[in-house]
Design a binder for this molecule. Structure first.
Ligand SMILES: Nc1ncnc2c1ncn2[C@@H]1O[C@H](COP(=O)(O)OP(=O)(O)OP(=O)(O)O)[C@@H](O)[C@H]1O
Ligand SMILES: [Mg+2]
Length: 328
């Protein structure tokens, strides 16, 4: 597992096990992942940290699924931050294709070069147009399909980078199956074949995070290729810690109350459960309002930060009133 650790990677040499060589380790252990992420403000449990550690050592992409606002995107960003890696993000959307994900040729620039070349050819040729054309076309073709005319997109950028890279393929469930297949191809080999230029192989295998909100089922092939991480709502303790870490000026008591109330709301039957990002928005709102310890009235009057459906607001308000009555 530690093969190649601390040594530069030799391009094209497969590891003895036939897996891609992961290169020098970015993390020492599961605890190291957790501690470094925590120092950067991302609070991971052992499950999350364990998957990140394995992804690094096995050079496998991680498919992160789970409800909205549970820290999927932030996990990739935080891993990039703590490993001093360059974050390259491919934001997925319906209609995303190879030319936006991988590379495309700069057609406008190519056209300009062709036109410029024609002017030179005309001036150089006393015999008029056409003399020596096949040879000059071949040279021109080589010229316009060279590096200078290549527009690299995130996947190719990640493969070619000399630095350590974290590649975030965000909201992969939004792309069509053909683009998913393209991703799969790149992530299986960590190489890209450009017919006019040849094959580009990764010098250092990037850490890859694919996030999905589960709007559609991803292919078995993609799942097979990845380690799987389901990011659910955090435990009470972890959410309280996230609030304390992420909301400057909040009292321990208020962080605890916020986490408890949000947790109890998630047990109700709601159209949309409050996410971690909404918990944080709510906590920040309460701090701005100067609240140090919340009562049911204050909670009710600010619930709209946490819940976004009228029926959910009504249900939550009833629940809070019940808690208040039980207290008195
Ligand atoms: N474990 C965590 N530690 C610290 N902050 C967290 C954690 N989880 C979530 N957050 C906070 O929640 C916010 C939302 O997280 P993020 O945008 O990563 O969610 P997401 O799962 O990608 O949501 P979506 O599916 O809507 O894209 C982050 O900006 C971060 O502040
Ligand atoms: Mg996200």
């Amino acid at each position: 597992m530690t093969a190649g650790e601390g040594q530069p990677r030799t391009e094209g040499v497969p590891s003895p096990l036939g897996f891609p060589d992961p290169g020098p380790a970015r993390f020492d252990s599961v605890a190291d992942v957790r501690e470094r992420l925590s120092a950067a403000g991302y609070l991971a449990d052992d499950g999350i940290a364990g998957v990140v550690h394995l992804a690094d050592r096995l050079a496998k992409p991680v498919l992160v699924e789970g409800p909205a606002g549970t820290g999927k995107t932030e996990l990739a960003k935080s891993v990039a931050r703590v490993t001093n890696s360059r974050l390259i993000r491919l934001q997925c959307y319906e209609g995303l294709d190879e030319s936006k994900a991988l590379y495309e040729w700069n057609y406008k620039k190519q056209l300009l070069r062709i036109q410029a070349q024609q002017v030179v050819d005309d001036e150089d040729s006393p015999g008029g147009h056409g003399s020596g054309e096949p040879r000059s076309w071949r040279a021109l073709e080589e010229d316009i399909f060279s590096e200078e005319f290549l527009l690299t997109r995130p996947l190719l950028e990640a493969i070619r980078s000399q630095e350590s890279v974290v590649l975030l393929v965000d909201e992969v469930d939004r792309v069509e199956l053909e683009t998913e297949a393209l991703l799969l191809e790149v992530l299986s080999e960590y190489q890209v074949s450009i017919p006019e230029l040849g094959t580009v192989k990764a010098d250092r295998i990037p850490m890859v995070f694919l996030t999905s909100n589960n709007t559609r089922e991803l292919s078995e092939a993609l799942k097979r290729r990845c380690l799987y991480l389901h990011l659910d709502y955090p435990s009470l303790e972890r959410e309280r810690a996230i609030v304390s870490t992420r909301v400057p000026g909040i009292t321990e008591e208020l962080a605890d109350q916020v986490a408890r109330i949000v947790r109890s709301l998630r047990t109700l039957e709601l159209k949309k459960y409050p996410s971690v990002s909404e918990t944080l928005d709510w906590a920040r709102t309460l701090v701005v309002l100067g609240v140090e310890s919340i009562d049911a009235e204050q909670a009710k009057s600010t619930l709209h930060v946490l819940l976004k459906y009228r029926s959910d607001l009504e249900r939550a308000a009833k629940e809070l009133a019940g808690v208040d009555e039980a207290k008195t």
